[in-house]
Design a protein around this ligand. Structure first.
Ligand code: NAD
Length: 503
């Protein structure tokens, strides 16, 4: 391969929104940056704010996955032999290093993904929280034991799976990989990450930080690329589990392909999140929260509000949402979307809804903060029906569709008829309404007066229905259970005079 390996060892030099280029993203195998074994081409990595190339990523294939598996297998015996408390020490040191580099990591996330600085900083801080959960596993992972009859003891311990893999999306370049890594690594596994080819830079830096934190070489590896790498990870007989986060279409593919080779798989998919608002909702609190939910991170969050279902006369809240959204400053408070293709897709949903009779109350189609970038301003579509594409499909942009109904049960039925089931929220000052909605909606993560109801650590993150394939949650204790397997040991050391065949 003609490319020279990257030396992504210095913090990214950016300290403003100005375009800043950097070295190419290559693989990280056995504790070193290495170019792919053969030339499979490169993809540009764009800064979405400027629509300009900031770096390239070298694409890999099966042979590079094989090399990563070999490095992981070589390093695994010594790593899994360490007590869990020793493995957790790496997370304590990683936390310190991430705090030290908080600003540099923030700029890196902001530049490759397009998030405004404050959102990128929140992502890095949330990523650190995930690392903190990994720190706690040294104390939490005690297992269970019981004398089940006289002189006979049963004990459960969580054991590593071996070599495992993760595949991640573009919208949280640092946090989503860290949904998986702390539990998988402290659990005693060796990990191969395939980050999104659109945002592979943050994890290049994470690899170096993990090494500096004392993680043995080969225990964390990165293979960059696209579909070919993901398929190779799913097919590889040595890899025992695959964690995936991305769109529903790909989540389903990965779930099926990983299961075909007997792997454990947990695949989080897309979303169409409904917020139900009723007339007694607190106007100011609800409006602020709803706008933050649908426009934050340019709507590119799997937890973003997408449909506001207004029950009865909620015009006070809707008018406040419209007024607040109209004040958002492009570039300072709302970043660009990831690509030209995303821009065209989002605009297509807005155009289509308008043609079908929706009223465009706030129109983000002409908004921009930089002529080169991919900008969509906050957009509010009123009088959308649930069968319009904007009313039922994932848009993944800063667009809120308002559907108007007469009863709470109609609102709940609209939410429950949608195939996704990631998040659902209700805005009300009535405990009875909140309780009723929370007991009826068909979604895995629910909010009361909270538009982005992310269960923070130590609670587990994961939706239902077409938003998740597989059992359990990606974060929290469930994550630890996903990346480990229980060993049951039954022991008898004492001789008993009154033994039976059960003892
Ligand atoms: P994506 O599905 O296009 O890509 C995700 C990963 O899959 C990437 O690493 C990509 O290289 C790989 N991939 C893409 N096509 C593939 C194929 N045909 N075969 C195998 N691998 C393939 O998703 P994205 O555009 O990067 O991210 C946005 C999506 O992710 C949205 O749908 C969003 O809702 C979802 N998401 C979900 C969650 C969640 O927790 N449920 C969290 C974040 C993002």
């Amino acid at each position: 391969m003609n490319a020279s390996p990257s030396s992504f060892t210095l913090p990214f030099a950016a300290n403003s929104d100005a375009l800043c280029t950097t070295s190419a993203a290559v693989n990280w195998i056995g504790g070193a940056f290495v170019a792919p074994q053969a030339d499979h081409g490169r993809l540009p990595i764009h800064n979405p704010r400027h629509g300009a190339v900031m770096a390239e990523v070298h694409l890999s294939d099966r042979a590079d996955v094989d090399a990563a598996v070999a490095a992981a297998q070589a390093a695994l015996p010594a790593w899994r032999a360490l007590p869990v408390r020793d493995r957790a020490q790496v997370m304590f040191r990683l936390r310190e290093l991430m705090h030290r580099e908080l600003d540099a990591l923030t700029w890196l996330v902001s530049h490759e993904n397009g998030k405004i600085y404050a959102e990128a900083r929140a992502e890095v801080e949330k990523a650190i929280e995930c690392v903190e959960f990994g720190c706690s596993l040294g104390n939490m992972g005690v297992g269970e034991q019981l004398d089940v009859s006289k002189g006979v003891n049963c004990q459960t311990t969580q054991e590593p799976l071996g070599v495992v893999a993760g595949v991640t999306p573009f919208n949280f370049p640092l946090m989503v990989p860290l949904w998986m890594l702390p539990q998988a690594l402290v659990g005693g596994n060796a990990f191969i990450l395939k980050p999104s080819e659109r945002v592979p830079l943050s994890t290049q830096r994470l690899a170096v930080l993990l090494q500096q934190a004392g993680l043995p070489d080969g225990i964390f590896n990165i293979v960059n690329g696209a579909q070919a790498v993901v398929e190779a990870l799913c097919d590889h007989p040595t890899i025992k589990a695959v964690g995936f986060v991305g769109s529903t279409k790909v989540a389903k593919l990965v779930y099926g392909r990983a299961a075909a080779t007997g792997k454990r798989a947990l695949c989080l998919g897309g979303a169409k999140n409904h917020l139900i608002v009723v007339p007694d909702a607190d106007v100011a609190l609800s409006a602020e929260n709803i706008v933050a939910s649908f426009s934050g991170c340019a709507g590119q969050r799997c937890m973003a509000a997408s449909v506001l279902v207004a029950v009865g006369d909620c015009d006070k809240v809707i008018d406040a949402v419209v007024a607040k959204a109209g004040q958002i400053r492009m570039g300072a408070e709302l970043g660009p979307v990831i690509s030209a293709a995303a821009h065209a897709r989002i605009k297509g949903y807005i155009d289509g809804a308008e043609k079908m009779g929706a009223v465009v109350r706030v129109d983000g189609r002409g908004a921009s903060a930089d002529p080169g970038g991919w900008w969509v301003g906050p957009t509010i579509l009123d009088r959308v029906s649930p069968d319009m594409p904007a009313g039922c499909e994932e848009i993944f942009g800063p667009v809120l569709s308002i559907v108007r109904v007469n009863t709470l049960d109609e609102a709940i039925a609209i939410e429950n008829n949608n195939p996704y089931g990631n998040a659902s929220s209700v805005y009300t000052t009535s405990g009875a309404v909140a309780r009723y909605v929370m007991s009826k909606v068909d979604a895995g993560m629910c909010g009361v007066n909270v538009g982005v109801p992310v269960p923070r650590e130590p609670f587990g993150f994961g939706g239902w229905n077409d938003s998740k394939f597989g059992h359990g949650n990606m974060t929290g204790w469930d994550g630890y259970l996903f990346w480990t397997r229980p060993r049951k040991v039954t022991s008898k050391w004492a001789l008993q005079a009154d033994w039976t065949w059960m003892s």
